[in-house]
Design a protein around this ligand. Structure first.
Ligand SMILES: C=CC1=C(C)c2cc3[nH]c(cc4nc(cc5[nH]c(cc1n2)c(C)c5CCC(=O)O)C(CCC(=O)O)=C4C)c(C)c3C=C
Ligand SMILES: [Fe+2]
Ligand SMILES: [Fe+2]
Length: 344
């Protein structure tokens, strides 16, 4: 039993621009220290600008914040809930300064990511450590909740989302439907130091156990941002759709962004725009499943992750892998980005 005395929950997320003037400074924050060509940054900037420079991610986190507060109230959990981002306002350091001013000494953080990797785990822990260093004495101590890829309430929420999309496929074509699960591609050199793909595959397998083991499914990747010579996780979602068409056996695709918890710009552009346009061109019907968002079962899961830490309730996990660790080992999710070679 953990039985820790936390005095706040800290929702920690990625952040997104909320107007055209935010887009470039946001992308500079996202890409600091990463080996990504400037052309790719400008290209992604155009994706954001085509939606008025606003990513839905911040509003989705505001909605999640409200849903968590309501859930805590209903279950008599007396913890204030704060929110801070890595890349855009409200920034992690500013929220942690506010927490200090409010007298918060020890917070439990929930990262909006269920899968181990540098960006979704270690980098957030580094962001928090940097904030603590910058705030100095009295900065809140922060622990994190575990990765939730195999939590039964998360799987239940995901199954419900996938089933809703699947229900839109005409009955007589369902048996031949292809399920594509997408996640953010990462450099192989990042994937080598974490269980990102293994955990994603386990979530997909668990979701499909409920949908039906007779259906065909695959995990594919989206939103690749590296230089062409650097290997990233494959196959890319659009490349795979094209191949499937060539193989000649696909009329309907259910696509679920398993690697993301909200329908932010990378979902709206890379799936709903790019992948959808490709499917239309190839004569494939694509039904995109919503991410878990504020699904009641996802909010339940957040409450359960908090309760297991404050009250020592059971650490729920299903499938072939155990519940992930609460405290990351020292080498968890390491990543040393390859730099571009200096010009001679
Ligand atoms: C080296 C790895 C990565 C690069 C480069 C990268 C560029 C990049 N990402 C976004 C927008 C988003 N990324 C998000 C999540 C995310 N990104 C990476 C890795 C790289 N991204 C990973 C491993 C993940 C998943 C883990 C996580 O941090 O969440 C998200 C979603 C965040 C969320 O809370 O859901 C967005 C949005 C851009 C615009 C970009 C560069 C052009
Ligand atoms: Fe990313
Ligand atoms: Fe970790």
């Amino acid at each position: 039993m953990n039985d820790q005395n936390y005095d706040a929950l800290f929702l920690v997320s990625f952040g997104g621009p909320e107007g055209p003037d935010d887009v470039m400074p946001y992308l500079e924050n996202v890409l600091r220290g990463k080996n990504v060509p400037r052309e790719r940054m400008l290209e992604v900037g155009e994706h954001y600008n085509s939606f008025g420079g606003v990513s839905p991610i911040n509003q989705q986190n505001r909605d999640l914040l409200e849903a968590i507060r309501a859930e805590f109230k209903q279950h008599n959990i007396d913890l204030p809930v704060y929110w801070g981002n890595r890349n855009w306002h409200p920034m992690i350091v500013d929220t942690m300064r506010q927490m200090k001013d409010d007298g918060i000494q020890k917070a439990l953080a929930f990262f909006t990511n269920g899968y181990s990797c540098y960006s979704g785990c270690r980098q957030y822990r580094e962001n928090i450590a940097d904030a603590q260093a910058s705030i100095g004495e009295g900065a809140p101590e922060v622990h994190k909740t575990r990765m939730f890829f195999n939590h039964p309430s998360y799987i239940e929420a995901s199954v419900d989302r996938v089933r809703t999309a699947f229900d839109k496929i005409p009955q007589e074509r369902r048996a031949e439907t292809k399920f594509l699960f997408t996640a953010h591609s990462i450099p192989n050199s990042m994937a080598d130091f974490c269980k990102y793909s293994t955990q994603l595959t386990e979530s997909c397998r668990l979701i499909m156990e409920s949908i039906g083991n007779e259906y065909d499914w695959e995990l594919v990747y989206q939103s690749r941002s590296g230089p062409p010579q650097q290997p990233w996780l494959e196959p890319d979602v659009c490349d795979r759709i094209t191949e499937l068409k060539k193989e000649g056996n696909v009329n309907d695709i259910v696509m679920h962004p398993v690697g993301f918890v909200s329908d932010h710009m990378e979902v709206l552009y890379d799936l709903d725009t790019e992948a959808k346009d490709l499917c239309d061109e190839l004569g494939i019907n694509m039904e995109r499943s919503l991410s878990v968002g504020v699904h009641p079962k996802f909010v339940t899961m957040i409450r359960e992750l908090v309760q297991e830490r404050i009250a020592g309730t059971e650490r729920l996990a299903i499938g072939e892998m155990p519940a992930n660790w609460d405290v990351c080992p020292q080498d968890c999710c390491l990543y040393k980005p390859q730099r571009r070679p200096a010009k001679a």
